[in-house]
Design a protein around this ligand. Structure first.
Ligand code: F6P
Length: 323
């Protein structure tokens, strides 16, 4: 192995920079060159790569986002797109690629590996829905951002005896909503994995008031069918019958923009260096993640096209503790 390329892909996650830094420095320690690919798979297809040395990745461990940039690149799903990427890698003398990202990115990594390129993935998405890692880079920081906002909303909610809805990210997965609900002390949690109805949510919040609570807070995952817009419209339309207002806050991308916390910096450092170790051992076509608390690898074949199911015990816990 002489030269590797590293890219970040899909939605950015706090800690991606720490992973880029770890890949670069661990590779350099082995005497390998590192190229940073700009703009994810789109940049790979266009051959946009620059040399990364130890100093180029200085001062980034504490920064959110990704210094390399990222993108969603539908064109990489076509054989022509992938061939262009393979060509560019050959033209730049790249022996292997490290792909830092979530589900879509690991699907891309797997497809590139099937084209004959040695590839190792690093588990990074705030959604925490990636098989092959107990937890992914960015989740902990995104949760902290959600909690900071929830804590503030609870203060004003209690002062006004108003119900509040906070929508957190999670297109297909309710992990962030459930853990934000537990850690933020929400009265109700709504996630894509568990069907509910607007009236049922209204009843859960009304019940919280009946139990003597000064506020009623529901945390909702964006991908739930009862999301912020559905519930907001329902409460507006049935205000008299429900008996109280619902104020809606959509956190959206704010959650992705935080400075990575200690947990994500350490996780990203371990997984980034782990990716280099995996390549040095001759592993490829694998995802590097945290497996039962240790840095470990899982074949892409076993994880691509699937998502990690939510532990519904967590959802039950959120309900129990809402009492
Ligand atoms: O996959 C991470 C994620 O933040 C999801 O929670 C969210 O639905 C999606 O990305 C948003 O994607 P984009 O930033 O491309 O709008």
């Amino acid at each position: 192995m002489k030269r590797i390329a590293v890219l970040t892909s899909g939605g950015d996650a706090p800690g991606m920079n720490a992973a880029i830094r770890a890949v670069t420095r661990a590779a350099q320690e082995r005497g390998w060159d590192v190229l940073g690919v700009e703009g994810g798979f789109a940049g790979l297809m266009a051959g946009r790569m620059r040399a990364l040395g130890a100093r180029d990745v200085g001062g980034i461990i504490e920064r959110g986002g990704t210094i390399l940039g990222t993108a969603r690149a539908p064109e990489f799903k076509t054989p022509e797109g992938r061939q262009r990427a393979v060509h560019e890698l050959g033209a730049h003398d790249v022996d292997a690629v490290v792909v830092i990202g979530g589900n879509g990115s690991q699907t891309g990594a797997h497809a590139l590996w099937k084209e004959g390129v040695p590839v190792v993935g690093v588990a990074s998405t705030i959604d925490n829905d990636l098989l092959g890692s107990d937890i992914t880079i960015g989740v902990d920081t995104a949760l902290d951002v959600a909690l900071e906002n929830i804590d503030r909303l609870k203060v004003t909610a209690s002062s006004h005896q108003r119900a509040f809805l906070v929508e957190v990210m999670g297109r297909d997965c309710g992990y962030l909503a459930v853990v934000a609900g537990i850690a933020g002390g929400a009265e109700a949690v709504v996630i894509p994995e568990v069907e509910t109805s607007p009236d049922r949510v209204a009843e859960e919040l009304a019940d919280a008031y009946r139990r003597g609570k000064a506020h009623a807070l529901v945390v909702v995952a964006e991908g739930a069918s009862c999301n912020a817009s559905t519930l907001g419209a329902h409460f507006k339309a049935h205000k008299e019958r429900i008996g109280f207002d619902l104020r809606v806050t959509i956190l959206g991308h704010v959650q992705r923009g935080g400075h990575p916390g200690a947990f994500d910096r350490l996780l990203a450092s371990r997984l980034g260096a782990g990716a280099v170790d995996a390549l040095a051992r001759g592993e490829q076509g694998v995802l590097v993640g945290l497996v039962r608390g240790q840095v470990g690898t899982t074949p892409h074949d076993e994880i691509v096209g699937r998502t990690k199911p939510l532990d519904l015990e967590l959802f039950r816990l959120a309900q129990v503790l809402a009492s």
